[in-house]
Design a protein around this ligand. Structure first.
Ligand code: GLC
Length: 733
């Protein structure tokens, strides 16, 4: 008889496994009360309370969890901390529905990888997939199921502090990184090392007027679709299971109440079947936006537009029950959101094992392992962009007797972590001073801070000048603090903060060879540096392994190969300044005053999109098209000969742009459509071949149909968005 019952239980288990997730979701939904359903749509911050006041975690929230009124918590961290709360949910509530724990794991959890803007400089989506995968391993070991990442906002305005969190100004590059990070975080949800991604901020948050965070966005639907939505679509196509809507309005409609965005585009066009979480209290912000008179109306607008989960506004949990009774919100609309959320909890395996991510032994073993740090070093090296190298000053010789390492960022352990460093682990950060000391055992390294990052005191200049005078070469580390970019850190000026440029002038005046190392979260208007310093390395914020990666590049143990994912303007007066701009009816011309220009500044960028040098040089020649008259559907096959014309091995990111000469609407002067990372030895040549699917030539025509228009085009290939060889081709019906 016992065998029979064992047999029965195995059958029922396999039956349960054979029941699809949808069937299991429906069976849970059928048991839920209206309040328990709304509870799944309610998310609070567990670690700290700002904004809407809710009871603290110890008393209020645990009781709310027992009553089934919380579906998710963010900012609760650690295998033990999450286990404790999960226990309340799955042992003390009526239906025992597990909590999903979310956290901003943007570029690493305890091991910090380069900020996303830095990582985009590698032009290596596979690398981004890898760092996302490792970040997921670390975060999941600390009980985290879900990250509010990747942030995929296109940014054409470096005044906007959150440019640091994204992949720059280009939709094609941004789309590749968006998809890569989704795959890296989520894997195939096969293990407790995968976490759910949350693609943010939907949408066009980076188009804020004036580059001021949270500010109005007013762009055409064509620009919205052609530029800002592209990375989101790529992320959804890559299988992203959640999105986060943004704080901003678009042309009068805040994203958190934007049915066009959240239902027509996301659901009807893209067939997205995951769920949308609001940004922090963004439902509540519909009141100051001026489209909701109170929290109840805000809740009605949010749920009916398509926001499934309310982060921290306390709107859904306090209003939806009443709104259903008043007939303003349908029960079916709420059920739809509940099912989307329950589905993810099933996919994460939380119903089968709510403590799947609560293994404190695994937490100890995984976090900041040597393997993690090696990945951090690889990512940091590849994220560095060499902007200038006069007289081939770099790489520096390792037998230099004395090296002065000067500047407010030279020995900072905190700033290389960048604005979204999750667990604030400065003790593990390798500073530039430490990295150079580790590399050059026999040289004397003289460190002098010189000045603070923003302070205007020059009192420490003499010591820095003395250090420079007594050295054979100077490494001058300048830039921003980690608190100067990221959320709520927009800047009206892009100049080096404080008195850093004055310090640079004093150090250059000593006549010593000077390498400037920039550590920053956004492009800066470094005009004086670019004219007067021998070499400039853009290091962004590289995370835990910052100093080792910078030292590797400075002394030639790694050949810099990064390319800018964003334009460096000469002045904030030029902003917005981006490479894929329109031609206008009066294209800029030196000869014609009546062309689109400034009377007081050259139109061109300080450093263009795609710019980056290496320790060798490359020549481009012999651009060839297999066929320059393409039938519709026929791919463009093009090649170029690339040669390493220098004395060192090097990696070149060969970039391919396309221009549509005419169209039913105006077209950008060029658009990145492909690139190839090519490694060549000195003197070595390679025919680099591309095959461009004409699908990539489609755009939204005069009637907003997404299609390819036959006509004349140009293909442009080269080392950056301005230095290109070009050849015409046409697409015929
Ligand atoms: C913040 C950010 C968002 C983040 C969320 C939760 O305000 O806008 O990117 O994921 O709140 O921390």
């Amino acid at each position: 008889m016992k065998k029979f019952f064992i047999f029965l239980s195995i059958c029922s288990l396999t039956l349960a496994q054979q029941k699809t997730i949808e069937e299991r979701v429906d069976s849970v939904l059928a048991l839920m009360t209206p309040i328990e359903k709304i509870g799944q749509l309610n998310q609070y911050s567990g670690g700290f309370d700002t904004g809407t006041k809710t009871a603290d975690l110890k008393t209020g929230k645990n009781q709310l969890i027992r009553e089934g009124k919380i579906g998710s918590l963010l900012n609760v961290i650690g295998a033990n901390a999450t286990r404790k709360i999960q226990k309340v949910a799955v042992e003390e509530s009526r239906l025992k529905i597990p909590i999903i724990f979310g956290l901003d794991v943007i570029h690493g959890f305890k091991t910090t990888f380069p900020i996303p803007l830095a990582e985009a400089s590698s032009w290596d989506p596979e690398l981004a997939e890898k760092t996302a995968r490792y970040a997921a391993m670390e975060a999941s070991a600390a009980g985290i199921h879900w990250t509010f990442a990747p942030m995929v906002d296109i940014a054409r305005d470096p005044r906007w502090g959150r440019i640091a969190e994204g992949s720059g100004e280009d939709p094609y590059l941004g789309s590749l990184f968006a998809a890569a990070r989704v795959k890296g975080f989520q894997g195939n949800f096969s293990s407790n090392k995968n976490i759910a991604a949350c693609v943010k901020h939907f949408a066009a948050y980076g188009a804020a007027e004036g580059g001021r965070d949270y500010n109005t966005v007013d762009i055409s639907e064509r620009t919205l679709r052609e530029i800002y939505l592209k990375p989101f679509k790529a992320a959804v196509d890559a299988g992203a299971v959640t999105l986060m809507c943004s704080f901003n309005e678009i042309a009068g409609v805040p994203s958190s109440a934007n049915k066009f965005l959240l239902t027509k585009i996301l659901r009807d066009e893209w067939k997205f079947d995951g769920f949308v979480v609001s940004d922090w209290n963004s439902i509540g912000e519909l009141i100051p936006h001026g489209i909701a008179k109170d929290l109840m109306e805000a809740a009605e607008l949010g749920i009916n537009a398509g926001v499934d989960m309310d982060m921290q506004a306390n709107a859904y949990i306090t209003s939806l029950d009443e709104l259903v009774k008043e007939g303003k919100v349908s029960q079916s609309r709420i059920d739809e959101s509940v099912k989307r959320i329950l589905k993810l909890k099933f996919r994460l395996g939380l119903f089968d094992n709510p403590y799947k991510y609560c293994d404190s032994l695994r937490e100890k073993k995984t976090i900041q392992s040597r393997e993690m740090l090696d990945v951090a070093l690889e990512a940091a090296r590849n994220s560095i962009v060499l902007l200038k190298n006069e007289k081939n000053l770099l790489p520096l010789k390792k037998d230099l007797k004395r090296i002065a390492v000067i500047g407010p960022l030279a020995d900072s352990k905190r700033d290389p972590l960048g604005p979204w460093n999750q667990q604030r682990q400065p003790d593990l950060v390798v500073t530039v001073v430490e990295g150079i000391k580790k590399k050059l055992g026999n040289s004397e390294i003289i460190y002098a801070e010189g000045c603070k990052i923003t302070d205007t005191s020059k009192s420490s200049f003499p010591e820095a000048i003395e250090a420079a005078k007594n050295s054979d070469a100077v490494v001058l580390c300048l830039g921003e603090s980690l608190f100067m970019s990221g959320e709520a850190h927009s800047s009206a000026s892009l100049n080096l903060p404080g008195v850093q440029e004055y310090l640079a002038k004093e150090i250059v005046r000593t006549g010593k060879p000077v390498v400037a190392v920039l550590m920053n979260g956004r492009p800066l208007t470094i005009n004086w540096l670019s004219q007067n310093v021998d070499a400039i390395v853009e290091a962004w914020f590289l995370g835990t392994e910052s100093g080792d990666a910078i030292a590797d590049v400075l002394f030639g143990d790694f050949n810099p190969c990064g390319k800018l994912p964003v334009t460096f303007p000469r002045s904030t007066g030029q902003i917005p300044l981006y490479y894929n701009h329109k031609n206008t009816g009066r294209p800029y011309s030196h000869q014609n005053r009546f062309s689109s220009n400034y009377q007081d500044l050259d139109n061109s960028p300080l450093y263009p999109f795609g710019f980056g040098l290496g320790y060798t040089t490359f020549s481009y020649s012999n651009l060839q098209l297999i066929n320059d008259r393409l039938q519709k559907g026929e791919p463009l096959k093009v090649s170029i000969d690339l040669k390493n014309t220098g004395e060192r091995p090097g990696v070149e990111i060969v970039q391919l742009y396309i221009r549509g000469i005419t169209g039913s609407v105006t077209r950008p002067v060029k658009e990145l459509k492909d690139f190839a990372k090519v490694s060549l030895l000195p003197g070595e040549s390679k025919k680099v071949e591309f095959e461009v699917d004409t699908e990539k030539l489609k755009f939204y025509d005069i009637d907003m149909n997404y299609r390819l228009e036959p006509g004349e085009f140009k293909v442009l290939i080269g080392t950056n968005s301005e230095n290109l060889l070009e050849s015409p081709f046409s697409v015929v019906e």
